[in-house]
Design a protein. Structure first.
Length: 269
């Protein structure tokens, strides 16, 4: 079974083996760092966190202690510029203890699962967050800070602009597939920025396998195929993006690009 198949098999379990699936995503790019090796790193971390967790308190308190303990052990958001793919590859995050909020959240979620803490992910725009379902606040996976409604509005404004309105959809619980798809999108963009289009293509293809794709997902893969000079594959994704798009201006641009590819193909033949 190759890493992609192993990832999808983990996702198909009931409940999904989220953390292991994320390790298999990393194995697609780093075969020299197999999941077994990363699991050993994680086991050591899990012991250091477990001994610090209080007993006799609710999940909200224990989850915050868990995140603060991670921070004490050196886990933090990676602020390197430009951000490298290692910020989203879990074995690297476990080793260097710096990563994107989603990567830190995936580690925290597995620690919570092992310690019987009910903690879920929230697919918030611009920054992945965590929540204990019974609590009236969210948690920042990088710091453990509590985030209330006003904090969430501020975060949303930074991500989507000052006119964005906070809705229930922004605070919805993320499924395992949602999280893996977002992780794959993050890796796609990081590999592309690092000048690694073939690695980015792996991530772009995985995005389409993990859940319903958006027009922008197909457009992102079309751009990679354009970079790699694969016009027929580019055409397929442009056609899919055109079908999924609800933006009239974008539909016009996509139709023009498809027309240009058709002209180019005729010229080459």
């Amino acid at each position: 079974m190759d890493p992609r198949q192993a990832c999808l098999a983990c996702l198909a379990q009931d409940p999904p083996a989220l953390f292991e699936a994320a390790l298999w995503i990393a194995a697609e790019h780093e075969p020299q760092l197999p999941p077994e090796q990363a699991q050993r790193l994680f086991d050591s971390l899990a012991h250091q966190v477990a001994v610090a967790l209080p007993s006799g308190t609710g999940d909200a308190e224990r989850a915050q202690v868990l995140l603060r303990r991670m921070s004490e052990l050196g886990f933090a958001e990676d602020d390197q510029y430009p951000l490298r793919p290692r910020a989203a590859l879990l074995p690297q995050v476990l080793q260097w203890r710096h990563g994107q909020p989603l990567s830190l959240a995936l580690i925290a979620l597995e620690l919570a699962r092992r310690n019987d803490i009910t903690l879920v992910g929230v697919n918030f725009p611009g920054r992945f967050l965590l929540r204990v379902p019974s609590a009236n606040h969210l948690l920042d996976p990088a710091t453990g800070r509590r985030l209330y409604t006003r904090d969430c509005r501020d975060l949303l404004a930074r991500s989507l602009g000052p006119n964005a309105e906070l809705t229930a959809a922004h605070l919805a619980t993320a499924s395992a597939a949602d999280m893996l798809q977002r992780l794959s999108r993050n890796l796609r963009e990081l590999h592309l920025a690092a000048g690694e289009p073939l690695a980015a293509l792996k991530d772009a293809q995985r995005v389409l396998e993990l859940g319903p794709p958006s027009a922008s997902d197909h457009l992102a893969r079309a751009e990679l195929y354009h970079t790699l000079d694969c016009p027929q594959a580019e055409r397929y994704d442009l056609e899919r993006a055109l079908l999924l798009s609800n933006d009239a201006a974008e539909q016009l641009r996509l139709a023009q690009r498809l027309g240009n590819i058709s002209v180019l193909s005729k010229a080459l033949h």
